[in-house]
Design a protein around this ligand. Structure first.
Ligand code: ATR
Length: 272
């Protein structure tokens, strides 16, 4: 049986085994996908054990994404810019290849949810690990401008400077443009049930307000965006499914259908 896994700490909450099992079934691929709770200081050891046991590929989640990137022999551009990887595999020579599929997952889901990214003006809230992973794929999707607003301005400035693109601009609260086509919340504020500091007018012409977080009900950010003019509010469940689909394709070459998987997970979280 082909062996895949997701590494994290904590990991019990991970939906990845459910998602990949559904992908495998729909593509007619036989695989085993498990969760690995790696010790905080024992990721590299756990990864080595996995390869030695015949593992073919894995996903990596918090807090090991930066370490996964650092261990790699080769990285795709998204992982290089984020300095973090969520997908690993080894080539025929045993070289460790690292990818970051979070950004392509976001872009694919934004497209699926009706956001037109070509020529769009985007506001990205937050400048942590989640933000870093999505900048390059958003640029590749043809956005006109990508403004980054973060509580700590210097982190937004660092991402803008690393992107080496004039389209990426770190903005202050005072210099935020009045309106954006798409507003993306990558801060961890929703996890604490709070709203990042953002003026209501940014949602006036907003087609999609996207929160990378997901839960059993809409986040405070989604509610706020809806109350202030956003046409659609979307949570991050679709991004989770799409980043997994991109990883599945990297490993197997198959392109799994995602709609039913997202639907199933949505029903699952309604009842949990
Ligand atoms: P992740 O990997 O999930 O992005 P992170 O790297 O710790 O996590 O980054 C969290 C992001 O959420 C940061 O941009 C953080 O802002 P600071 O850089 O100023 O710390 C942002 N954040 C967290 N809580 C927030 C809040 N209550 N309001 C606004 N921004 C918040």
């Amino acid at each position: 049986m082909k062996k895949y896994a997701v590494f994290g700490n904590p990991i019990a909450q991970s939906l990845s085994p459910t998602i990949h099992s559904m992908f495998a079934k729909s593509c007619g691929v036989e695989l085993e996908y498990t969760k690995v709770l790696a010790p905080i200081d024992g990721f590299e050891r756990a990864l080595t054990d996995f390869w030695n046991a015949g593992g073919l590929g894995c996903n990596v989640t918090l807090p090991f994404k930066e370490q996964a990137y650092a261990l790699a022999d080769e990285c795709n551009p998204a992982a290089r810019l984020a300095k973090a990887a969520n997908t690993l595999m080894r080539d025929e020579n045993g070289r460790l290849l690292a990818f970051n599929t979070d950004g392509i997952g976001l872009v694919t889901d934004l497209n699926a949810k009706g956001a037109s990214l070509q020529g769009a003006n985007i506001l990205l809230l937050g400048a942590g690990g989640a933000a870093k992973g999505v900048v390059q794929p958003l640029l590749e999707a043809g956005v006109n401008t990508l403004h980054i607003f973060n509580r700590t301005l210097s982190k937004a400035q660092e991402i803008a400077s690393n992107s080496e693109s004039a389209r990426v601009v770190a903005v202050t609260l005072e210099s935020l443009a009045a309106t954006y086509d798409v507003v993306i919340n990558s801060t961890s504020a929703s996890l604490q049930g709070t709203l990042p500091d953002v003026p209501a007018q940014v949602f006036q012409n907003c087609t999609v307000a996207y929160d990378m977080v997901y839960g059993s009900k809409p986040t405070v950010f989604m509610e706020y965006a809806k109350d202030h003019g956003a046409v659609h509010e979307v949570d991050g469940l679709g991004m989770l499914v799409q980043q997994a689909a991109a990883a599945f394709t990297i490993w197997t070459g198959e392109k799994p259908l995602t709609h039913d998987v997202e639907q199933y997970l949505r029903e699952l979280k309604q009842t949990s």
